[in-house]
Ligand binder design. Sequence first.
Ligand code: KIV
Length: 273
Amino acid sequence: MSTNTTDNQRKVTTRRLIEMKQRGEKIAMLTAYDYSMARLIDEAGMDVILVGDSASNVMAGNITTLPMTLDQMIYHAKSVVKGSQRALVVCDMPFGTYQGNSKEALASAVRIMKESHAEAVKMEGGSEIRESIERILCAGIPVMGHLGLTPQSINKFGTYAVRAKDEQEAEKLIADAHMLEEIGCFALVLEKIPAALAKRVADELTIPVIGIGAGGGVDGQVLVMHDMLGINKGFSPKFLRRYADLSTVINEAVSRYIDDVKTSDFPNAQEQY
Ligand code: KIV
């Protein structure tokens, strides 16, 4: 497959992601939460930047994603949008801002779009939140679905183990995936489910299916930036590939700086006015 430079520099849109699936071109998605990292990730050529509510874990140090507020997500998304030129910026709707009723869900999504200038929202769940998704779609806001392991429901699951291993849960996931496509979602994230099931869903849907811990048979992959860069070394599930060891790089750099300050090596004669 040939993609020319001009095409590579073109702004990524929801429509373009669907075209990528049609061409068999894989979609790369990564999380970001601030301006500087978004800029680096965008410049490297990322297709989609997700302002994930995983910010709760990796930015705020919480155990779950539940404490994240709408104001906090808008703050992160606003910073990421400023750092992104080419990538499509998708913002997670945080826990409690869309499950109650569809009117509240629409108001939350409108705030994200108006205040952060993100280009789409992501919502966890299937038939249970259908009405909320439909209302948001009716307002012209693109929605990315999210099925399988849905971390906002951790208190219901009681575990972060692989989902949809049994037939009943797998059948519900397949039905939910089709429903999300039918009502107009532009893409779907499948988290931590068996690879064969994820491939089946990706083969059956016309919208792109982006996996995390869902194998290679889907249309694209997403990872949490801190995990793949090795900033967050305490988290090492089987599906994670580490592309850098930034915790060691940062620790060594900071230790050298401390030593240089303590020994009066920094600043030297050239590093002052
Ligand atoms: O919040 C997040 O980072 C996510 C990804 C893991 C898909 O939802």
